[in-house]
Design a protein around this ligand. Sequence first.
Ligand code: AMP
Length: 513
Amino acid sequence: MMPPETELWNRVEQTAREVFGTYGFGEIRPPIIESTELFARAVGGETDIVSKEMYGFPKKLEILRRATTDLVGQVDTPAKIHVFGQALAVLVLNLGQALEGAVIPTTQTNRHLVEQLKEISGRTIARWRAGQWEPSQQWTNDFETARALIDELEIERLEESSSLRPEATASVCRAYIEHNMQQLPAPVKLYYTGPMFRRERPQKGRYRQFYQIGAEVLGGSDAPGIDAEVIEMVMVYFAKLELPGVQLEINSIGCRDCRPKYVELLRAELQKVKDRLGTDSQRRIETNPLRVLDSKLEHEQAIIETLPRIGEHLCADCAKHYAEVKRQLGMRGVAYKETWRLVRGLDYYMRTTFEITARGLGSQNAVCGGGRYDGLIELLGGPPTKGIGFAIGEDRVILSLLEAGKGNAAEGRDVYIAWMGEKAQATAIAAARTLREAGFRVAMPPVEQKFGKALGQADKLGARYALILGEDEVASGEWTLKTLADGSQKKIAKAELVKFLREAKRDSSLRSE
Ligand code: AMP
């Protein structure tokens, strides 16, 4: 990311701050690294995100440590010596980094042990280089010593390994519990922006480091008006950004009472058509039948259409809640489409779920996903707490805006100050300061430049005006202002400049509206 695109990123984030602020949300900045356990519990150990896609650090160390020590008794051939030596080298490298980053305790003992391991690893490499591959007492001794040293490492903290966050809802909920936010006036409304990390196969709109803008409403009631207001807020935000082709889909996935019964029914129906499903769906019949509804496989679509729909199996309370969410969306003028297959395959999600898509994104066209998760805080060890939230994929919002030609947020310079002569330089410096303080974007050459060259530079930078300061201008206090678009030029009194530029800017922004 770099200019001019970063300007668009800033606008997208700034607009979120403004809109979310008007709905009473305050910003939370959760850490980027959290305990792996938190995500395993909140997102679910069975999910792709946790089981396959997380970037965890010390876990790797733990695996390396085990791999290395497990190999020790088996180094009886040159090939195995090679494998062990490599494993040891990688372990030593990672231990060094872990010590540096304080991922493992930076005790004297650990430093000493890592140093000794480095020595052994160094000897191993040196012996390879000398062609000494045959098993020998020397190899055995070194490997046994290495294992003993590894066992002595003080890395108990590794058990609670940490990971780069794949999403932020878990962190926000942890913070809610840790900082006793249930004592604050309910509901607590928080938003965040920042990078998330998932080891996915990269493609257009899907990255390993991507950015989300999200919000959570925690505590208080689960009134449908809250769900509707949160959805309204995202839609207002997208409208303000002029995001093209925005479509909202909603669904209700029931609660702890009615959903399990539906899931059982779904499972039973899926069993009947099992043979016609792909292997992923077949597996999900057991692990998480709701996820089968997410399937994009062509040949499964017709089968899925015949399955029972959760909307017809909601309990009375959930049905009432859902009907009221829809009524309230209507009251707010929010257009939506009901999609019965829109499920969130995690246990703690309940009732309202929603997804928003936009144009220009190909197959990865979801720009926002959200839902109610009344069980989550409790699952993480807090008090029973209502909750609803969403996460917007910022990269995709940007892509869609760029695709629709709405990305020209990058403005050039307002004024380029061309100066010649020592006195003019002093005047130029003062003028630049005054204009910048008034909020204009100003550029000026740091060394003297012929006016012709300076004007060429002003053009290249896309400046609207060139302020020309030569000896005459400085002496008279009547400056020359050139409009670069049409080449017209006028004299303007020094004291009038800011006022003139302000009015010109206001006129042009009125015209562009
Ligand atoms: P999720 O947290 O999976 O519900 O995703 C919420 C939103 O984040 C999605 O609708 C996408 O817009 C965005 N998103 C999720 N994963 C990625 C990714 N790997 N790259 C870019 N955007 C993503």
